[in-house]
Each structure stands twice: as C-alpha cells, then as structure tokens.
Design a protein around this ligand. Structure first.
Ligand code: S3P
Length: 435
C-alpha cells in the first residue's frame, strides 16, 4: 500500500545500481496480446502496478486465466482471437487510460458487449479519439455527452478495415485502431505525422502477425490469428526517468539503471536531458525479443535551460513532470511548446506541475501547449500531486535540491506504475518516508 502523503527531507545524493519495474506500456500489451493468442504466454519482468492489474482483471472478467507465477511473472492462457466471453458486470479500469483505450479496440471487434469505467481521473479523460475511428470501422461505442467514460461497447458487428490519419500523436489511439483491425475485414492502416511508441507493432510481429511498418504508416490485414510468444519486459524508461533526473540534479550522484527499454520511440527523455548537459551514458546494448534494452549510467552535472525541440515531445510525453524538475534546477529558462496533450494525462500536467513549482519558489509561466520554467532555488513546501503518479515521483526527486522538506499530498497513485518507488528511491539515497 502506497501512502497518500510523501515526505522528503532535503538534500542527499543518489548512488548505486537500480532496477526499476517493468515497462507499463509493454506489460499491458503482453497481457492483452497473450489473452488473444492461441497458446500460453509467459511474461517475465511484468509490471505488477495497479494499472496492469486492471488489465489483467479485465481479461479475467472475460474468461482468460492469468496466473501470477512469480514476483514479476505471469502466465497468460490465451483464448484465441474469438475466445473472449461477455463479462458479467461493468469492468473497472481504475486509473488506466491505456487499458481503456486499447481494450476498446479489442472489444469493438470481438463481438461481445461490455461497459468500461474507471476512477475520477480516468472518468474525465477524452475517449472520442478512440470511439470516432472505431465507429468508422463499424463498432458501436457510447460515451457520455462529454466524450468521457463510462463507455458502452456493443459487439456483434463485423468491422471493416479503415485508412486512418491520427488527428493527435497518440500510441493509444494507433493501437486501438490496429487491434480492432485484427478483427476487421480488409486492411487497416494508421498514419501518423509524429512518431509515437511502437510497442504494439513490435509485439504483434512477435506474435506472428504480418504487419507492415514504414515511416509514418502502419498497416495490417484483418482476420489474422496470434501465436503465443513468451515476453520479457524491459525496465520502464518512464520510471527510470525519475532516477535520471534525481541523479542529474543532485551533486555527487552516480546511478546505474539496469536493463532499461531504449526503444527509440521512448528515449526522448535521454535526448532532452543530454541537450540540457546531463551526463548520461548508454552502456551494454542488448535486446529482449523485439525491444532494445541497455544499462544507463547517469552522474550529476550542471544543467542548462533549453528550448525543447518539438520532435522530441511525443518521444518523451510521459517524462515531462521529471524533466520540469530538471528545468527548475537548471541555469536559465527551459521552454516547452507543442505539448497540449500533457493537459489530458492522469492530471493536467502543465497546470499541476506549474502550481507545485510555484509553491516551491520556482517561476513557471504556462501556455495552452506548454510551459516556461526559470531555473532557481527550490524552497521546501507542500505540493499537491492531484492523484497523478508521475507528478508525485517528480516532486519527490526535487527534494534533492530543495532548501526545506517537501510534502507531497495525493500521492497514492504511485502504485499504478511504481509500487516500490519510495523503497527503491530511499535505498538509492533519497531522504523519503511514506508514513
Ligand atoms: C501509452 C501512450 C501514451 C502515454 C501513456 C501510455 C501507451 O498515451 O502517455 O502513458 O501505452 O500506448 P497517448 O497515446 O495518449 O499519447
């Protein structure tokens, strides 16, 4: 159980080797594709955070046996693409947008009826971005009048493949359309103008699905079956990001992050921090199946404010709370634009981070699509994470450079992606208590 209030004493440095938990995006997809496959799939290094548990429970409610076979190991007994059964009650997906959007694509094609709901945060997140293309494919999906959950998905209709241009840079929308495309007649093509994470494409390929990817375009023929394949999940670069930033900002730090996924659609945080003069080395590159992995070394250095290049925004979309803390500790001003999507995450990450930074004495000016942060001296104080896991962990790391203690309210959502964050951060040197 992660406490909802975190207290972090100021100062300290990070050191040692840290293995953060499994990648959340890949863990969700392993459960989903494992469930839809013919055969049994062993998943190693799976994130056992609340979000992935929501995905597991959703598939259990549809008749899939998901066995927990170790601390971070699962065995998913696939039922085949036509084997899901109608759940007896509404499926609660907690805080997890990835579960809801990807599941929507699967349910749209699988011929069963289901209602998908979630917690207060998920209930405010936009779902038309998936219901619109899935409806074009022939699905019936009802949202609230505001386009938010709960969603009623009605199965039964034979879907048709579409050629879809993503209106927003979103791997969740791309994935929902591709997953629905597995059940559709004809080809499904998704086009994107900005690169988004490609874990769905890589894992479908590992499961034997013929999928064509060319820059800006991905396409598959419908009515293909999936063959179970064992999956090894890399450590999550989005969780590693807190240690990258903590170690970069705290003088005297040096941390080695083990077996981190370095899929090029996810490494924007490394590029941005390096542009800010962070000292990050990528060592020992290898791969876990279709996903590249490496050990990352990060040591403290004097950070500089930068204008964040636009093309890196979707490649670092989940890491901005941590990057904003780096910006607060850098010399000069860091400017982010083109990131309106940040307002639609587990919280409005532009508003919530700006509010917290200002409470800690940092000057932050917000724009509809970004923020400008002037580096300065962080005071102590109390910030509100507003139920957002990444905001809570980012502010925890800020204490490494603050003058006084930092208290973070509404931090329980850390359990969605990094249940042992406080313990691992404390072991590395953060002066954090979670009582
Ligand atoms: C995810 C895609 C991203 C990301 C989210 C996970 C995924 O969301 O922010 O945490 O696993 O596909 P968007 O598709 O909304 O950008």
């Amino acid at each position: 159980m992660v406490s909802s209030v975190l207290r972090v004493s100021p100062g300290g440095a990070l050191s040692g080797a840290v293995t953060v938990p499994g990648d959340k995006s890949i863990s969700h997809r392993a459960v989903m594709l494992g469930a839809l496959a013919d055969g049994t799939c062993a998943v190693r290094g799976c994130l056992m955070g609340e979000d992935v548990v929501s995905t597991m429970d959703a598939f259990r409610a549809m008749g899939v046996v998901v066995e927990i076979s170790g601390a971070d190991e699962l065995i998913v007994h696939g039922v085949g693409i036509d084997g899901l059964s109608t759940p007896s009650k509404a499926i609660d997906l907690g805080n997890s947008g990835t579960s809801m959007r990807l599941l929507c694509g699967i349910l749209a094609g699988s011929g069963i009826d289901a209602t998908l709901g979630g917690d207060a945060s998920l209930s405010q997140r936009p779902m038309r971005r998936v219901s619109v293309p899935l409806t074009q494919m022939g699905a019936t999906i009802e949202t609230t009048a505001a386009g938010t959950p709960p969603l009623n998905v009605r199965g039964g209709a034979q879907l048709r493949g579409i050629d879809y241009q993503l209106p927003v840079a979103s791997a969740q929308v791309k994935s929902a359309v591709l997953l629905a495309g597995l059940f559709a007649q004809g080809r499904t093509t998704v086009r994107e103008t900005a690169v988004t994470r490609d874990h769905t494409e890589r894992m479908l390929s590992a499961f034997g699905v013929a999928i064509e990817t060319t820059p800006g375009r991905v396409s598959l023929a419908g009515l293909q079956r999936l063959t179970a394949s064992d999956i090894r999940v890399p450590a999550d670069i989005s969780s590693a990001a807190f240690f990258l930033v903590g170690s970069a900002i705290a003088p005297g730090s040096a941390v080695e992050l083990k077996a981190v996924g370095i899929n090029p659609t996810r490494t924007g945080v490394v590029d941005i921090l390096r542009l800010m003069n962070a000292n990050i080395q990528i060592q020992r590159e290898y791969s876990y199946g279709h996903e590249p992995v490496a050990d990352l070394m990060v040591a403290s250095s004097e950070l500089q404010g930068i204008d964040i290049p636009l093309h890196l925004v979707p490649l670092a979309i989940d890491e901005f709370p941590a990057i904003f803390i780096a910006a607060a500790c850098a010399k000069g001003t860091t400017v982010l634009r083109g990131a309106e999507e940040l307002r639609l995450k587990e919280s409005d990450r532009i508003a919530v981070m700006a509010d917290g930074l200002q409470k800690l004495g940092i000057h932050a000016e917000t724009f509809p699509d970004g923020i400008a942060i002037q580096g300065g001296q962080l005071h102590g104080g109390t910030v509100d994470a507003c139920g957002d896991h990444r905001v809570a962990m980012a502010f925890a790391m800020s204490a490494l450079r603050s003058e006084g203690a930092i208290t973070i309210d509404n931090a329980a959502a850390i359990a969605t992606s990094f249940p042992k964050f406080a313990h691992q951060a404390r072991t590395a040197g953060l002066r954090i208590s979670d009582s």
